[in-house]
Design a protein around this ligand. Structure first.
Ligand SMILES: *[C@@H]1O[C@H](CO)[C@@H](O)[C@H](O)[C@H]1NC(C)=O
Ligand SMILES: *[C@@H]1O[C@H](CO)[C@@H](O)[C@H](O)[C@H]1NC(C)=O
Ligand SMILES: *[C@@H]1O[C@H](CO)[C@@H](O)[C@H](O)[C@H]1NC(C)=O
Ligand SMILES: *[C@@H]1O[C@H](CO)[C@@H](O)[C@H](O)[C@H]1NC(C)=O
Ligand SMILES: *[C@@H]1O[C@H](CO)[C@@H](O)[C@H](O)[C@H]1NC(C)=O
Ligand SMILES: *[C@@H]1O[C@H](CO)[C@@H](O)[C@H](O)[C@H]1NC(C)=O
Ligand SMILES: *[C@@H]1O[C@H](CO)[C@@H](O)[C@H](O)[C@H]1NC(C)=O
Length: 478
């Protein structure tokens, strides 16, 4: 009996949830801590996803794409105006752990940015150097209403980038108001220590805004170090000119032509005070490699090749289909018994050159007669095409044809066989090279036949009729 136990266990959870929403209703959320993003409610777009092991993956390794992830509800960045006075900006602080995994360690791709923005629709923003935040037309325009901290791994002269490994504070555009090489100031010695954004190692970043001084401070350090006392960057930003009242917090990233993946591993945020510290021992592991995305050459060639293959197959199928239809015959079980008397239409088609007019011998009583030569035996044949519509009596008729084929008489044209298609019967005879008798009886230009010749012909015909009527085992009437 496991059921009661299950209900008992879920009860406190339900209570907790309802208490939580009561709390939410009372005051807007102004802090959160995500040690990993498994099950976290974020608003994602573009390539951004939360992986099964709890990593926020902003870009997925496919080139020239962008992705965004925002905390689902906006934060209040201003204190309510007191009677008579104006609203005042609030301090805020955030900490996050990020990791960039590139396909080639020495090749750069754009980086990622922490963003505070009035809106979260960056659909018109460009990838590559614009990091999914702006485009060539609106870059730097005050109507963009965003503050960003960029972790930039490419040099863009148009934005005045200092190196391919820098951190910058951006307002409404990608040209930074302050920037420095990625790194930190050692607490003990005060010396600057370089860090590589593309080291494939996760690192932590802190962004602090002090409402009193209007300073945005950015600090970074390797995971194993606590937050350095001296910040890397500091710049005064008039936040009232960028956002008003409410704004969204989140991340933006994009890829250029080099495949790369931009990850956020954990994130905390707080209004009016320092961000809760992140527990780095709880972090999901950062993948060290990137599954090689297909190269651009393959990307172009593969669709072409597959399209070519598909069309080749389609053409082949069409050709086969057309040939099948072209050579289609009617063949029924009973015809098997007639064995060699059955010719294939394909063979007859070929030997008559496709029933071409130049092979036409003449028009018989029932249809056209064509000349052909059987390929192996070199026997000359005449093929008579008889159109027939009904299938009625066809079996009997073919039986007759075949039995006639068994007749042997020197004055009878040998019937070699037949072939049947829809609406058409083909009869195959020996070819008579001298043509039809009427040609000699009536032709004006040829030599008039003598009476002796005529008499021999009549005797020949009589002999064959006698054979048909009396000498053959089955009587054939003619
Ligand atoms: C990345 O995301 C885009 C858009 O969501 C998708 O079309 C593409 O296949 C993804 N690439 C990889 C390698 O998952
Ligand atoms: C995520 O947060 C948004 C905004 O607060 C809310 O509308 C939505 O229902 C939440 N989704 C989930 C799955 O909790
Ligand atoms: C800034 O954007 C606004 C609104 O899109 C536009 O009206 C204005 O002309 C832009 N300013 C500049 C300098 O491009
Ligand atoms: C840090 O890196 C930059 C750019 O690669 C270089 O100019 C600078 O000298 C380095 N500083 C130290 C302390 O190594
Ligand atoms: C920001 O940096 C400046 C200059 O380094 C420093 O004076 C100030 O105390 C810092 N503020 C915060 C909140 O860390
Ligand atoms: C900050 O911006 C607001 C809105 O544009 C403006 O009213 C205010 O004077 C600015 N403050 C400073 C110190 O420039
Ligand atoms: C950090 O996480 C580990 C593992 O979950 C836990 O043992 C430790 O107590 C946590 N530390 C803090 C300061 O919360």
């Amino acid at each position: 009996m496991r059921r009661p136990e299950l209900i008992m266990r879920s009860l406190p959870l339900i209570l907790f949830l309802s208490l939580g929403s009561l709390h939410l209703a009372a005051a807007a959320v102004d802090q959160f801590t995500f040690d990993g993003f498994a099950g976290v409610n974020l608003t994602l777009d573009g390539t951004a996803v939360v992986t099964p092991d709890g990593l926020l993956m902003l870009t997925n390794g496919t080139t020239l794409l962008k992705g965004h992830a925002f905390y689902p509800s906006p934060m209040r960045f201003f204190h309510e105006a007191t009677s008579g006075g104006s609203s005042t900006v609030r301090s805020f602080s955030t900490a996050f752990v990020f990791g960039i995994v590139v396909e080639y360690a020495d090749l750069s791709s754009p980086g990622l940015a922490f963003v505070v923005a009035k809106g979260r629709d960056f659909s018109s923003a460009l990838q590559s150097q614009y990091m999914g935040l702006a485009n060539a037309r609106n870059n730097g325009n005050a109507s963009n209403h965003f503050l960003a901290v960029e972790l930039d791994t490419i040099v863009n002269a148009e934005f005045g980038d200092m190196s391919d490994n820098h951190v910058g504070i951006d307002v409404d555009g990608l040209a930074s108001v302050a920037a420095d090489d990625a790194g930190y100031h050692d607490d003990r010695t005060g010396a600057f220590v370089n860090m590589s954004l593309l080291s494939r190692a996760a690192a932590q970043v802190w962004v602090d805004f002090d409402a009193r001084t209007s300073l945005v401070n950015v600090t970074m350090a390797p995971l194993e170090l606590p937050k350095p006392r001296t910040s890397l960057l500091s710049a005064a930003v008039n936040l009232s000119a960028v956002i008003d009242d409410e704004a969204y917090v989140g991340f933006s990233s994009s890829t250029g032509v080099v495949a790369s993946r931009h990850y956020v591993l954990s994130w905390s945020f707080k209004m009016d005070g320092p961000a809760p510290s992140l527990n780095v021992s709880k972090l999901p592991a950062l993948p060290v490699t990137i599954a090689r995305a297909p190269s651009n050459v393959l990307k172009i060639l593969l669709p072409i090749a597959s399209a070519a293959l598909v069309s080749a197959l389609a053409i082949a199928a069409l050709v086969i289909h057309r040939r099948r239809r072209m050579y289609a015959e009617l063949k029924e079980e009973w015809e098997v018994a007639f064995g060699p008397h059955r010719f294939s239409y394909k063979d007859l088609f070929r030997v008559t050159n496709g029933f071409s007019d130049e092979r036409l011998l003449g028009f018989g009583g029932f249809g056209r007669v064509y000349k052909g030569v059987l390929p192996v035996s070199r026997v000359e044949i005449a093929v008579k095409k008889v159109s027939h519509e009904s299938r009625q009596g066809m079996k009997e008729f073919i039986a007759e044809v075949v039995s006639i084929g068994q007749l042997r008489h020197r004055n009878l044209v040998q019937l070699l066989g037949y072939c049947r298609r829809k609406g058409e019967l083909l009869l195959v005879y020996d070819y008579m090279s001298n043509g039809s008798l009427d040609k000699y009886l009536y032709a004006e230009n040829s030599k008039i036949m003598s009476w002796a010749q005529r008499f021999r012909i009549i005797k020949g015909i009589a002999s064959s009729i006698l054979y048909l009527h009396e000498d053959w085992e089955q009587v054939v009437l003619h």
